[in-house]
Design a protein around this ligand. Structure first.
Ligand SMILES: [Zn+2]
Length: 272
């Protein structure tokens, strides 16, 4: 269970907005060559790129958070996924990437620190596109779970969700994608033909209203710390049953101290 615990911390969602920290107050990306530094839950990014707040097939939500930054390969991956979405899947509502120099956020995530993580809503309907920026801050992402939270809401779940996850899993550089266990189970039950990509779809806490896409360490980032590789196989086995039947509870607070940032992140933060 220890591995689960460690992994849990890296995705832990803090409950309420906290105070600003130095990472949330930087004027913009640092000027170095792009490189991800450290771990997704204890790291930063030099030379981050900004994802334009809208583009073909996508809009960025919660603009006021200014979390639309990441490694250029992440920005590229989101734009690619938008292109795919525009071909009959729908409109992507892109949640947080990371802060302009990565690093810990005052609220919302433990990971998303090294420019390799992005959240994408499961709401693929284009209705929000015309709304004002202000509205993009105030609307919640709808969940795909049924009212008992013990399965999917089949009024909402659709083939488009399978297609967007499949497209995301096939993007170059994508290492893993976190979804709710009931979503993983649905894919295990229904996907026909090519199923290799199911391996990258990992069950996780929450993630019933968005999926979380994580890139592997890019080749230009020697100081990026690789995550433990995902297990072989589709993951439609007893490991999934554990999520479905144990209903592991998410602790209300991280019980371990935050890991220290690599010292290279101090330089990234200090860049004028
Ligand atoms: Zn996330």
């Amino acid at each position: 269970m220890h591995a689960i615990r460690i992994a849990l911390l890296s995705l832990f969602l803090a409950s309420s907005p906290g105070h600003a920290n130095p990472w949330s107050e930087v004027p913009g990306p640092s000027e170095g060559m792009p490189r991800s530094i450290g771990e997704t839950s204890a790291g930063c990014i030099d030379g981050a790129a900004a994802l334009p707040t809208e583009g073909r097939g996508y809009v960025v939500m919660h603009l006021e958070r200014r979390r639309n930054y990441g490694h250029p390969s992440l920005v590229h991956a989101v734009r690619e996924l938008g292109e795919k979405a525009a071909q009959g899947i729908g409109l992507l509502h892109v949640g947080d990437l990371g802060l302009a120099r990565g690093g810990p956020m005052p609220f919302g995530h433990r990971s998303h620190q090294s420019g390799l993580d992005v959240d994408v809503w499961f709401d693929l309907n284009p209705g929000l596109h015309a709304r004002a920026d202000r509205m993009r801050s105030n609307i919640p992402a709808p969940s795909l779970l049924n009212s008992a939270a013990r399965g999917l809401d089949y009024e909402l779940w659709s083939d488009r969700h399978i297609r967007v996850l499949q497209a995301a899993a096939h993007l170059p550089g994508v290492d893993r994608i976190f979804v709710n266990a009931y979503i993983k189970r649905e894919l295990c039950r229904t996907v026909a033909g090519d199923r290799d990509w199911l391996r990258k779809i990992r069950p996780w806490y929450h993630h019933d209203d968005h999926f979380h896409m994580r890139l592997a360490c890019p080749p230009d980032s020697p100081a990026c710390v690789r995550q433990e590789p995902i297990p072989l196989g589709e993951g439609c086995d007893s490991s999934l049953d554990w999520w479905l039947h144990q209903h592991p509870a998410l602790p209300s607070k991280p019980s371990e101290p935050k890991p220290a940032l690599p010292s290279a992140c101090r330089t990234v933060l200090a860049d004028p």
